[in-house]
Design a protein around this ligand. Structure first.
Ligand SMILES: *Cc1c(COP(=O)(O)O)cnc(C)c1O
Length: 361
C-alpha cells in the first residue's frame, strides 16, 4: 500500500502501512473461521492467543522485569489520571506532580480530587518550555510517588533524563511510549494510551509493580482497581479486542525494526534533521523549547507571524504533509515524529520547509 500523505498528527497518528494492510486482509474472515476476530468471544482460543501474545510482546519490547504486571485498560491515559491516585494514595500519603505542561496539569487536577496531590515542580511561570533537573524538584515528606509526564505532547517538551528523588516515579508515557528504554528500578507504574506510538485508541497499557498491588486501596469499584485487572489478566470484563489486536501487530513490526533501541535511534535522527533545519532557517522557523528538553517525538515550531503559520499549514497540507497544526490551546506548528513516521517523510518535510521559506521568507 502506498500512503498518499505524510501524517504528522499528534494522536491518533500514523501507523505502519504494513500493519494496516495486514489488518485489512484479516478483518473480515479471521484465519478461515468465516468471521472477524472482533465478532468472536474474548474468551475463545483465537482471541486468547492474540491477548497473550500482545501482553508478552509489550513486556518483551520494554524489557519489563517479572515483578511488573502488564494491564490493558480502557478510558485512555485520562482515566489513569484518576486511577493512579485512587489506587496509590491511601493512608494520608501524598502524590508529588511535576507540572510540565497541559497533560501534567490535568493529571494533577484529577489527583487532587482523590488525595493529597501537590506541585513538586511548576513549569508554568516559564511558559512550559523545559523540564526540571532532579534538584529542582521539591518532594515533601510522606510522598508516595512522583508523577511525571515523560513527553508533553502539546508543548513538545520531553523529559530526557529521569529525575532521581528518593520516591518511586509514576509516569504518563503516552506520547513517547516504546520509543525509549525504561529504567524500571525508578518506577512503580507507567502508563500510556496506544494511539500515539502503538496502535488505535481504545486501550491504555499500564505496567505496575506487583508490590503496589499488595498495598493499594481496594475500596473502589472493580474496574478502577489495578489488582482486579491484574488478577483477571486484563480480562475482568470485555477488553478492547480490536485495539489490543492492532497493538500486537504494531509491536511485532517494532520488534522487526530492531526494537526500542532502533526506535530511539530513529527518533534522534528524525528529530535532529528537523531541529537542525529550524536552527538553520535564520529565525524564519523557531523552536520555543529549551534545547535540553526538545522532544524527539513532537517537534513544535513557530513562524514569524500567525498568518504565515496558517499559510504554511495550508500549503503543507496541499503538498501532502498533514497534521502540522499545533494544538488549539497553543497554536503554531507541530510535527509529530512517532515510531511509524519514516525518515523519508521527515526529509521531505524539511525540503518543503526550505521551499516555503525561500518563497515567503
Ligand atoms: C494524548 C495524551 C493524553 C490523553 O490520552 P487519552 O488516551 O486521550 O486519554 C495524556 N497524556 C499525554 C502525555 C498525551 O499525549
Amino acid at each position: 500500500m502506498i500512503k498518499h500523505v505524510a501524517n504528522f498528527s499528534a494522536g491518533p497518528s500514523t501507523l505502519p502501512a504494513s500493519v494496516l494492510e495486514e489488518a485489512r486482509d484479516e478483518l473480515v474472515d479471521y484465519r478461515g473461521t468465516g468471521m472477524s476476530l472482533i465478532e468472536m468471544s474474548h474468551r475463545g482460543p483465537l482471541y486468547t492467543e492474540v491477548h497473550t501474545e500482545t501482553t508478552s510482546l509489550a513486556r518483551e519490547v520494554l524489557g519489563a522485569p517479572d515483578d511488573f504486571e502488564v494491564l490493558f485498560i480502557q478510558g485512555g491515559a485520562t482515566l489513569q489520571f484518576s486511577m493512579v491516585p485512587m489506587n496509590l494514595l491511601g493512608d494520608g500519603k501524598a502524590g508529588g506532580y511535576v507540572v510540565s505542561g497541559s497533560w501534567a496539569e490535568k493529571a494533577l487536577a484529577d489527583a487532587q480530587i482523590y488525595g493529597n496531590a501537590y506541585k513538586a515542580w511548576d513549569g508554568a511561570p516559564d511558559g512550559f518550555c523545559g523540564m526540571p533537573q532532579s534538584e529542582d524538584i521539591e518532594v515533601q515528606p510522606g510522598t508516595r510517588y512522583l508523577h511525571v509526564t515523560s513527553n508533553e505532547t502539546i508543548g513538545g517538551v520531553q523529559m530526557l533524563e529521569w529525575p532521581v528523588v528518593g520516591v518511586p516515579l509514576v509516569a504518563d508515557m503516552s506520547s513517547d511510549y516504546m520509543s525509549r528504554p525504561i529504567p524500571w528500578d525508578l518506577f512503580d507504574l507507567v502508563y500510556g494510551g496506544a494511539q500515539k506510538n502503538l496502535g488505535p485508541s481504545g486501550v491504555t497499557i499500564v505496567f505496575v509493580r506487583r508490590s503496589v498491588l499488595e498495598t493499594m486501596n481496594r475500596d473502589l469499584g472493580a474496574y478502577l482497581r489495578y489488582d482486579v485487572h491484574a488478577d483477571g489478566d486484563s480480562l475482568y470484563n470485555t477488553p478492547p479486542v480490536f485495539s489490543i489486536w492492532m497493538v500486537g501487530k504494531v509491536l511485532k513490526w517494532l520488534v522487526a525494526q530492531g526494537g526500542v533501541a532502533a526506535m530511539e535511534a530513529a527518533a534522534r535522527t528524525k528529530s535532529g534533521i528537523l531541529y537542525d533545519a529550524i536552527a538553520a532557517s535564520d529565525d524564519f522557523y523557531r523552536s520555543p523549547v529549551e534545547p535540553a528538553s526538545r522532544s524527539l517525538m513532537n517537534v513544535v515550531f513557530r513562524l514569524p507571524t500567525e498568518d504565515l503559520e496558517a499559510e504554511f499549514i495550508a500549503a503543507a497540507t496541499d503538498a501532502g504533509f498533514v497534521g502540522l497544526k499545533g494544538h488549539r490551546s497553543v497554536g503554531g506548528c507541530r510535527a509529530s515524529l512517532y515510531n511509524a513516521m519514516p525518515l523519508d517523510g521527515v526529509e521531505a518535510l524539511v525540503g518543503f520547509m526550505a521551499e516555503f521559506k525561500a518563497e515567503r521568507g
